[in-house]
Ligand binder design. Structure first.
Ligand code: GCO
Ligand code: MG
Length: 402
């Protein structure tokens, strides 16, 4: 079997998605997500100019060899653009292998370790009361785990809070919008949110929160400690993960579980955090961390240290990534939780898929391959629209982390 062609499809059914499609001489094709939010066209160029020419004529069954060829062969290792491109190829090749074998990809990964993938939904609102009301809606829909984000009194807008309470799309403008941030105001409101949420939602539902890289280690330690009485499932991205010694300070002050890694692009970004047991959940996902092949290695390494997975699943990861993540999630022993932000109807129509939500769990597609496709005619109706994530400034104008 040979790869005879590959193309990159860019579509914007409400937000931008980049998809790689690899075709073979036997008529079987595979699809892979290649979306890197706000930097989409860098990946398009990397794939078109530097990856696709190397794929033509290769045997698509040699998934690991092609992975190594693209990783080692580039000389310039790692980085989000490279690893997203490699991930897209990897997804296509697993899709092809599954279709040829007549098996869903999870069977090729060792079979199911569980019947469904527990997911968390996003409840947000401008006030604590609004957020809890939305969380009640999620609970009524069957969600067993809910992320809580609320507006910060005195700030016009903040990460995780949208006008549409059930959908959130941060890449909202053709030049970055500017948000204003106050750590002091934020640290006052979050423990109040969790206190009210635990009282209203009961003891059983898992509650999560994303700090989105905004605290210093000692501030994160304090927030973790303040949240302990309400037993959060995790506190995510409490600090930036560049200087990873930061996490030691958090650990010294709180038993609130720590999740990190949605922007990690390989095992090497996570290795020290895992090996030193400074985190509890690793959020790297298929599209940004080198595909199913690389994420399997990362998860196996994490398992040795009792670190579980919590794959990123925001709307900027396409349904192709979600399908791939589900095959991965059901097949590993140390699965923790999967984020599920839900795509819009327009996006779901462009990417017909076989996964479905059922009582708090996503069920993995059973069709051969990944069980997801792209409707190219429909995709062509939604041309690319430049869109950026916001930037954040302190009240005195200093540029901060978003
Ligand atoms: C999450 C994330 C997202 C990111 C987005 C950036 O936890 O889901 O933090 O909301 O901000 O994916 O592209
Ligand atoms: Mg996050």
């Amino acid at each position: 079997m040979k790869i005879i062609s590959a193309k990159v499809i860019v579509t914007c059914p409400g937000r931008n998605f980049v998809t790689l499609k690899i075709e073979t001489d036997e008529g079987v094709y595979g699809v892979g997500d290649a979306t890197l939010n706000g930097r989409e066209l860098a990946v398009v160029a990397y794939l078109e100019e530097h990856v696709i020419p190397c794929l033509i004529g290769r045997d698509p069954h040699q998934i690991e060899d092609i992975w190594q060829y693209l990783y080692r062969g580039a000389y310039w290792r790692r980085g989000p653009v490279t690893m997203t491109s490699i991930a897209a190829v990897d997804m296509c090749l697993w899709d092809i292998k599954g279709k040829v074998a007549g098996l869903p990809v999870y069977q090729l990964l060792g079979g199911k370790c569980r019947t469904g993938v527990m997911v968390y939904g996003h409840a947000n609102g401008t006030s604590i009361e609004d957020t809890i009301e939305v969380a009640q809606t999620y609970k009524a829909m069957g969600y067993k785990a809910i992320r809580l984000q609320c507006g910060v009194p005195g700030l016009a807008s903040t990460y995780g809070v949208s006008k549409d309470k059930m959908f959130y799309e941060p890449a909202d403008a053709d030049l970055p919008t500017e948000n204003i941030w106050s750590t002091e105001a934020y640290l006052r409101v979050v423990p109040e949110l969790f206190k009210a949420a635990r009282a209203a939602l009961g003891e059983e539902v898992h509650l999560l929160h994303d700090v989105h890289h905004r605290l210093t280690p000692i501030e994160a330690g304090r927030l973790g400690k303040d949240l302990e009485p309400y037993r959060p499932f995790w506190m995510e991205d409490a600090v930036v993960a560049e200087n990873q010694d930061n996490f030691k300070l958090i650990r010294q002050h709180t038993t609130t579980p720590i999740a990190v890694g949605e922007i990690f692009s390989s095992l090497w970004d996570a290795k020290d955090l895992i090996q030193n047991q400074l985190i509890d959940y690793i959020r790297a996902t298929v599209v940004h961390a080198g595909g199913i092949s690389h994420l399997k290695k990362l998860a196996a390494f994490a398992d040795i240290y009792n670190v579980r997975t919590g794959c990123h699943g925001a709307t900027d990861l396409s349904p192709i990534c979600m399908a791939a993540a589900l095959h991965f999630d059901v097949s590993i022993p140390n699965f923790g939780l999967q984020e599920y932000m839900r795509h819009t109807e327009e996006t779901d129509a462009v990417f017909p898929h076989g996964y479905s939500f059922d009582d708090g769990y996503l069920r993995v597609p059973e069709a051969p391959g990944l069980g997801v496709d792209i409707d190219e005619d429909l995709a062509a109706k939604y041309p690319y629209k430049r869109a950026y994530l916001p930037v954040n400034r302190l009240q005195d104008g200093t540029l901060f982390n978003w």
